[in-house]
Design a protein around this ligand. Sequence first.
Ligand SMILES: Cc1ncc(COP(=O)(O)O)c(C=O)c1O
Length: 386
Amino acid sequence: MTTFEQADRLKQIPPYLFVRLEKLSAEKRAAGWDMIDFGIGDPDLPTPDCIVEAMCEAAKVNANQKYSSSQGEKDLRYAVAAWYKRRFGLDIDPDTQVCITIGSKEAIFNIAQAFVNNGEMIIAPSPGYPVYSGAATLFNEAKCVQIPLRKEKDWLLDVDECPKGARMLYLNYPNNPTGATCDVAYLKKVYDWCQENGTILCYDNAYSEMCYDGYQAPSALQAGPDCIEFGSFSKTFNMTGFRLGYAVGNPDLIAGLKKCKGQIDSGAPIFIQKAAIAALELYGDDGKLPKAIADNMAVYAERRKVLVDGLRELGYKVDMPKGTFYVWFDCGKNSTEFTQEMVELGIIVTPGTGFGGQEGYIRMTVTEPVERIRLALERMRRGSYQ
Ligand SMILES: Cc1ncc(COP(=O)(O)O)c(C=O)c1O
């Protein structure tokens, strides 16, 4: 068979972390093991029925079976703007400040396509969502400067450690993988630094609705209008497979994103955008989490507590996260070694090094029911699968 060599830019991308993990667990599963999976951040709970029904109804309508526009359907853009008003108290122009995206991942990549020239610098947190330093940087022949997030600083990126002259800075709270959260005062400090240094703030707010204990995540746009924020239907509404997100922010940044998308994807499927309108309409005028989503979050909150308490009983130092569905802790040894030991217990976890950052940390996603979390903790206590 003829072999085809990948382009240099693709060769530079490390194998996607979860592909390796999936292979490891697939081998065990094939051998009949019951693997308890805390690996990938994909909600196990179903998409609320009303959203699925809205999508099915919309898919039957001929007008919804056609190309969308690269900026997204007008009614969804208006629904996103109205949601920003209810949720964050912000006035957003749906015509110039909103673009619907195919998941927030797409926007994270395309914003760099649209605004970063070859050789320019992009700042990304480390540990951080791998796409910032991966596709967003490497596909654009840009240079990624990774700034460490540190436990002593509550995993908040410190702009005083960032080099001047960067074109773009990616930031994400509630944070994957650490579960750390921030407030508007912190965002204002980052925003001002970006303004002073001519750096575009790209704020990844994919977990804005996944919060606990009364905490409500802010929007970067509360710090100021001249940045871009990415949101997602994936985690809030258990809609990862629908592939839908939004970008909101400065009109020039939105226009660049739209132009880029016009060349690449022609927009998300219209019937999925209609389902997203039904999702946003679940929110009342007070902007509080709707019941369907609050019920979901109560499930994650309980699982999170069972896992954190159990890990603490096993002697690990673990913080109780205020956001996301990730539990991040110091495993006291090399994280790849720890991950492999866990596979031998029938447990899938993610080594922190997969997100960059320092050695010794593990991420566990609470996408298993409570009784399976207890079973995993029991296996860890025994130090054996059975
Ligand atoms: C921090 C962060 N941003 C963005 C995404 C992408 O989400 P989606 O493309 O499903 O909206 C993820 C997914 O795990 C994530 O963890």
